[in-house]
Write a protein that binds this ligand. Structure first.
Ligand SMILES: [Mn+2]
Length: 333
């Protein structure tokens, strides 16, 4: 670990400014990792950093988190990127299609826990550990190794990042995640955490949820729901998390559209297979990826009809799971 920390700072030696980039529509793990990296750089070097992202922070909990962190991220306009400073990617990698990294950008740092895709891309420092449950756990290790004081604000964010990415410290939790949790626990602001986790949601949330529940169909132990037009892109993830709590359900797939994108979120009770499943389903039509138990994909709609696309994908999924002949049951029947 000492070597890793040295190598990280070696990669940014002589750099005055860096652009920290989490994945699009950043989730708590991505937000916390970015903030932790910025903190590490300010504590241990004179490097200035700015955190930018593309997409939307839509989920009420995630909005509450950035409010708690005093709005540390800047949203990029459609075509705007800052190619002048080298990039540090957190909770994402080059070539995944889920970040705003411009082509030919200089990449100084990649810290991630998704399956390795860096292969061949020139990056000065890479730390990709797919066996770890959250990028926040890796960032916690860096802060510990650097022996910096971790303020409550950052500890709380990292803790929440680990908690959400491991479905409440359940699925995909490694020893490193547990060590990070134990280290962070005495430092977190429990009251703030509670406010973030129980953040109030707009009335439209319940309307969307009702629609998602009405649209959901159960095929044995698989639930598929198409949400139609969504107000923010991570609504599919939020709904899939919710539906996975249904007794006897092994897999949940939620689909929906946000602006020009068709978005799919997958959750499973299994510890493996979600990433592979969504990559098989989406194929060349878009981008897809994820972990064992949670994954997602996106397709640029173009002139495709979203309702048709949802139907095609749902059919493909039912074939994949071997439930093509099962009649879908609505939740209310
Ligand atoms: Mn993550």
């Amino acid at each position: 670990m000492e070597k890793r920390l040295d190598a990280l700072f070696e990669a940014v030696r002589g750099v005055h400014e860096i652009t920290i980039l989490p994945h699009n529509n950043p989730d708590p793990d991505a937000i916390a990792s970015a903030v932790a990296l910025r903190y590490l750089l300010t504590q241990k070097s004179a490097i200035k950093s700015v955190i930018v992202y593309r997409g939307i922070i839509g989920r009420a909990e995630n909005k509450a988190l950035v409010r708690y962190l005093n709005f540390p991220l800047y949203r990029l306009a459609r075509a705007q990127v800052e190619p002048c400073a080298p990039f540090a990617l957190v909770d994402t990698q080059p070539g995944t299609g889920n970040n705003a990294l411009p082509a030919n950008a200089e990449i100084a740092i990649v810290i991630d826990h998704h399956p390795n895709r860096v292969n061949g891309t020139p990056v000065d420092f890479v730390d990709v550990r797919p066996d770890v449950g959250a990028a926040s756990s890796i960032m916690t290790e860096y802060l510990r190794q650097a022996d910096v004081d971790v303020p409550s604000l950052i500890a709380t964010a990292l803790f929440y990042g680990i908690k959400t990415d491991t479905m409440g410290l359940g699925r995909g939790t490694s020893t490193l995640d547990m060590e990070a949790i134990c280290y962070l626990l005495p430092k977190i602001d429990l009251e703030a955490l509670l406010k973030i986790e129980r953040a109030q949601v707009p009335v439209s949330y319940f309307k969307n949820l009702t629609e998602a529940l009405n649209a959901a169909r159960i095929y044995n132990d698989i639930v598929i729901s198409y949400l139609g037009v969504m107000q923010y892109p991570d609504l599919t993830a939020e709904t899939a998390d919710f539906l996975l709590r249904m007794k006897g359900v092994q897999w949940v797939v939620c689909m929906g559209t946000h602006k020009e994108r068709f978005i799919i979120s997958v959750r499973t009770q299994n510890t493996i297979g979600a990433g592979q499943f969504i990559q098989t389903i989406v194929g060349e039509q878009g981008v897809a990826g994820g972990h064992g138990s949670m994954a997602g994909g996106q397709v640029i709609l173009g002139d495709k009809n979203p309702d048709d696309l949802a139907q095609i994908f749902a059919e493909k999924m039912r074939n994949y799971f071997g439930v093509a002949n099962v009649v879908g049951k609505a939740l209310t029947t």
